[in-house]
Design a protein around this ligand. Structure first.
Ligand code: 7TS
Length: 404
């Protein structure tokens, strides 16, 4: 894998910010888009645009083929058993809310338990808080180890026969922890619970096989994996999707409508009320083609190498604190530079053309667990290089000198 050749495919990365060549290290927030994705969306609007599932005209059938073709790509990419198990959504947040509304609120009763962890993004936390409140179920947390991992012993002691749902991130967007999903799925299933996986930070970076992991629901966003914003998907096992009621009603999702009763389309369309995000799905399909042409295992290997180098270089800076596990972690580094506020760190780095994120990263309970109000975070992707890490480390040394 040649990150420099790959970077050439991303037009946005070739510009100067504040007089310096841009180094984009905010990929966990959103990734940049290769030319092939931008072109696919453009070509769709210039040649194929029409509404789907209704037109007998040529553009209508081309748009439908493009949209359903993208669904086939997603199903193959995740190794789902069929396209019936792939629902297009706005992204991870919408996918998790669909499970919380369409599944959790229908099955949970008082006394049931939902199990999550303190490392969850707000999108995989608040929907469960609200589902617990609405149903009388209890929300429980698997505690974190001091290095920000979960131990299987703690999973075993938190999950029991009252657990109906275990919801957990595959990869933490702050700690870089990679959770042992297959093992946790086995524990959930042994206790009669379903497992919901937040795949926002795993799908772009490593090979995901929903059947090998044996997960029940899996949510992800297109925009973090070279695709457009506004599109993502929810994978769900067909037998679970079949039991679920739609959450949004209206056009596109119906079979037969009478004055007082209606019936729904088959899977997956019963969950896709209204005109769908057609161009977004086309762009997501092109993003999958792009990632597969590079190879997910290659991407994973490359990012781990970059993250390891970043941890080495940043650890050498006096006064820096790096959060999360030391080994077996994803391609991002979250840190604080002495008592310099992370927003100041990010602002100074921006003057050097380096884009990182600062803040709570939509993980306020995790910030409290880390005993900080905010952190800085550099997150890598396939186009980042060791030179980018050097620019980051050198700029952090300058920042430290600047703030004394
Ligand atoms: N789950 C995780 C683990 C995430 O990192 C994010 C976004 C989401 C869910 C929500 O994804 P969305 O596409 O629905 O917004 N995380 C971040 C981040 O770390 N910085 O900005 C967005």
């Amino acid at each position: 894998m040649d990150p420099i050749a790959l970077k050439a495919e991303f037009p946005i990365l070739h510009q100067e910010i504040n007089g310096h060549p841009l180094v984009y290290l905010d990929n966990a927030a959103t990734s940049q888009k290769p030319r092939s994705v931008i072109e696919a969306v453009k070509r769709y609007y210039e040649w194929d645009n029409a509404n789907v599932h209704r037109g007998v005209h040529t553009l209508g059938s081309r748009a439908t083929d493009a949209y359903e073709g993208a669904r086939e790509k997603v199903a193959r990419f995740l190794n789902a058993a069929s396209t019936r198990e792939i629902v297009f959504t706005r992204g991870t947040t919408a996918s998790l809310n669909l499970v919380a509304h369409g599944y959790a609120r229908q099955v949970l009763k008082p006394g049931d338990e939902i199990v999550i962890t303190p490392m969850e993004h707000h999108s995989n936390l608040i929907p469960w808080q609200q589902a617990a409140k609405a149903t009388g179920a209890t929300l429980k947390y698997i505690p974190l180890q001091p290095d920000g991992t979960v131990s299987l012993a703690d999973v075993e002691s938190t999950v029991n026969e009252r657990t109906k749902i275990v919801a957990i991130a595959y990869v933490s967007n702050v700690l870089g922890t990679v959770n042992p999903i297959a093992r946790i799925a086995e524990i959930a299933h042994r206790n009669g619970a379903v497992i919901v996986v937040d795949g926002a930070q795993s799908t772009p970076h490593l090979k995901v096989d929903v059947r090998a992991l044996d997960v029940d629901f899996y949510a992800f966003s297109g925009h973090k994996m070279c695709g457009p914003t506004g599109i993502g998907a929810l994978y769900g096992k067909a037998q679970l999707f079949e039991r679920m009621e739609p959450v949004e009603y209206g056009g596109e999702m119906i079979d037969f409508v009478d004055l007082y009763e209606s019936s729904w389309k088959d899977l997956p369309w019963k969950f896709e009320g209204g005109t769908p995000i057609i161009a977004g799905a086309v762009g997501l399909g092109a993003a999958i083609d792009f990632l597969e042409s590079v190879g997910l295992d290659e991407i994973d290997r490359h990012e781990k190498k970059i993250a390891k180098y970043a941890i080495e270089r940043l650890s050498a800076i006096d006064g820096i604190t790096i959060y999360g596990p030391k080994e077996d972690r994803a391609g991002l580094v979250t840190f604080n530079l002495g008592d310099v506020h992370p927003h100041d760190v990010a602002t100074v780095l921006d003057t050097e053309g380096i884009a990182i994120r600062a803040g709570h990263h939509c993980c306020q309970p995790l910030m409290r667990w880390l005993k900080v109000s905010a952190t800085a975070r550099a997150s890598f992707y396939l186009y980042n290089t060791e030179q980018d890490v050097d620019r980051l480390a050198d700029a952090l040394i300058k920042t430290k000198e600047y703030f004394g």
